[in-house]
Design a protein around this ligand. Structure first.
Ligand code: APR
Length: 268
């Protein structure tokens, strides 16, 4: 592993991307901070203001107060009306150049899709929709009737004074379609992410502390299959020592500069 300063690192990243044919990106909250969305573990991040142990799936099911607080957090989140930033756009450009195969994201904000990324795997779900999880789901496994609606459905009920909107079809609990701590992960998304990682030739981690599994295991899956792992992050991560390249810097500056010089892939 060599950690380069930002300028040298950007040049090394650009050279890698210019030879790559199957880039897969793994993004974390750090790619969206320049869109105004706080991350989780930086100073002032979400977990410095909320205790994740209060927001587990079981607590959500058991406690109407936790559900009301979760909806308030969602409302705060969307009130900032976040928009994609140059880092999201750089990944779209790399996909359109025929070099990037997929974005695997831990984020729930939908900004990759808004930016124009086509292959996006959301391993922690999405805040863009809400879903019925049933009356009393256990073992972290939603047991809903199938009701799914855009987030706007919940906004309408919350703004009409209902702090804990229930399923209109079965009366069960309704939850944002995100994956909470203690909730079963979406198996299909995890499988897709592992398959993308296994065929990548460059595995580009952007804005993640790589603390949460199974997402944090994906760089290892890629590396075992011959990929070069690159980490773009403004703080050190536990995987820096095993990465091929670490670029210390802000995603919104590093990625656009690195991608700007990358020619379209001949079959792109
Ligand atoms: N550019 C580069 N790196 C950044 C930027 C930026 N503009 N802003 C923040 N970072 C870095 C931070 O230094 C930190 O190392 O991004 C990383 C974000 O780490 P976390 O806050 O831990 O977010 P993430 O890795 O996505 O967390 C994974 O944990 O709580 C759960 O479900 C939640 O999906 C989340 C998961």
């Amino acid at each position: 592993m060599t950690e380069r300063d930002a300028a040298e690192g950007v040049a090394a990243l650009a050279a890698l991307l210019g030879r790559a044919q199957r880039v897969v990106a793994l993004t974390g909250a750090g790619i969206s901070t320049e869109s105004g969305i706080p991350d989780f573990r930086s100073p002032g991040g979400v977990w410095s203001r909320h205790d994740p142990r209060d927001l587990t799936f079981d607590r959500y099911v058991a406690d109407a107060g936790v559900r009301a607080r979760s909806w308030e957090m969602r409302q705060e989140f969307f009130a900032t009306r976040p928009a994609p930033n140059p880092a999201h756009a750089a990944l779209v450009a790399l996909e359109r150049a025929g070099r990037l195969r997929a974005v695997i994201t831990q984020n729930i904000d939908g900004l990759h899709q808004d930016a124009g990324s086509r292959e996006v795997v959301e391993v922690h779900g999405t805040a863009r929709t809400v879903t019925c999880i049933g009356r009393w789901p256990v073992d972290g496994l939603p047991d809903g009737c199938g009701f799914v609606a855009p987030y706007a459905w919940a906004v309408e009920r919350l703004e009409s004074g209902d702090p804990d909107p229930g399923c209109p079809d079965c009366g069960g609990l309704v939850k944002s379609a995100t994956v909470s701590f203690g909730q079963q992960l979406p198996e299909q998304a995890i499988r897709r992410a592992q398959l993308h990682a296994a065929v990548s030739d460059v595995f580009l981690v952007v804005g993640s502390s790589l603390q949460v599994y199974p997402a944090a295991a994906l760089p290892g899956v890629a590396q075992q299959n011959g990929a070069r792992v690159v980490i773009v992050n403004d703080e050190p991560t536990d995987l820096d020592p095993v990465a091929h390249l670490v670029v210390r810097g802000r995603a919104g500056e590093v990625l656009p500069t690195a991608v700007a010089g990358v020619a379209p892939h001949r079959n792109g």
